[in-house]
Design a protein around this ligand. Structure first.
Ligand SMILES: [Zn+2]
Length: 313
């Protein structure tokens, strides 16, 4: 599959690696890899958003407990933090709510479209999730909720996640045996008492079998284990997580650099008594609230940090 170079960017700003998925207008889709924003995501327990979930200001954040299953749920206020429903797929079809998932070698799968209105469905597809075909559950959700035409105009991304060369599993492990039965032969290589699983290849094949066209699917050409300098990798020993934040942008707002959003006018700065530094409109909003040194130090994070007064939302 050809990599569409225009479908993503990888930025390193202020010590933070951020992969942005591009090409779906009206959405903001970012994966926070290594860096200060994701430091607290160890084993999913110290989720940055959880630390601040007692706050009521700002967007509700959906951060489900991921169980390697195939459940897809809609992002709604009742299921946002501090609630943590069990799910590995999230559908976001309204603004002012953020959907998040965490990864370390498992693969993010992102589907988005604008028919009949803007929506994004994100999924967590690791070994078990790929074997169980969470992608088909995501597509079933799209068909049921947004209709067949939505699927015809869907854009998809796979990854980043662990590559086949890095994903050898011990053949004595019962889960490995399960995998060798579930994965078609072309996605498993047996070598020296190990089975090597091609998760990105299998996910891509699942998407194509479900009716997406090749030109609609992009693979992010990074393995989290091979590029452990950029991404967290469970197999490389990391206990932090790459953190995907997905949301829809209200029409009239531009995603991206804060100055484009007209938030940086002198008038705006004088008017505001309190500040929230929002990283992707989600979890960092509460974390860095106030007139803290963060405000100035975060200015170096061009394109990733926005400044808004609390009353804005
Ligand atoms: Zn690799």
């Amino acid at each position: 599959m050809p990599v569409r170079p225009d479908s993503w960017t990888l930025d390193f700003t202020g010590g933070q690696w951020i992969l942005s998925y591009l090409g779906c207008p009206g959405s903001s889709l970012r994966l926070y890899a290594r860096g200060p924003v994701t430091e607290g995501t160890t084993d999913g327990e110290k989720l940055p958003a959880l630390e601040v979930s007692g706050e009521s200001a700002g967007f509700p954040v959906m951060a489900p407990i991921q169980v390697h299953g195939t459940t897809v749920i809609r992002a709604e206020e009742t299921s946002c933090l501090p609630a943590r429903p069990r799910a590995d797929g999230l559908a976001i079809d309204r603004t002012k709510i953020a959907g998040t998932l965490q990864f370390a070698d498992c693969l993010p799968v992102i589907l988005c479209g604008r028919s009949p209105f803007p929506w994004v469905v994100i999924g967590h597809s690791g070994f078990a999730g790929t074997g169980r075909n969470i992608v088909s559950a995501m597509v079933a959700y799209i068909l049921k909720t947004y209709g067949r035409q939505a699927l015809e105009c869907t854009t998809a991304w796979i990854g980043p996640g662990i590559c086949r060369e890095c994903y050898g599993r011990n053949l004595e492990d019962p889960w490995t045996e399960w995998g060798t039965k579930v994965f078609p032969r072309e996605y498993v290589i047996l070598k020296e008492r190990q089975a090597y699983f091609d998760l990105p290849g299998m996910i891509e094949n699942q998407l194509l079998e479900l009716g997406l066209s090749e030109s609609a699917v992009s693979r992010i050409p990074f393995c989290t284990r091979c590029r452990n300098d950029i991404f967290y990798s469970y197999r490389a020993g990391d206990r932090q997580r790459n953190f995907l934040v997905a949301r829809l942008i209200p029409s009239g707002h531009k995603d991206g650099n804060s100055w484009e959003n007209d938030y940086s006018s002198p008038f705006f700065f004088q008017e505001s008594q309190f500040w929230s530094v929002i990283i992707d409109g989600a979890f960092a909003r509460w974390r860095y609230r106030g007139r803290s040194p963060w405000l100035s130090s975060c200015k170096g994070l061009h394109g990733t940090v926005e400044y808004r007064p609390r009353r804005c939302c």
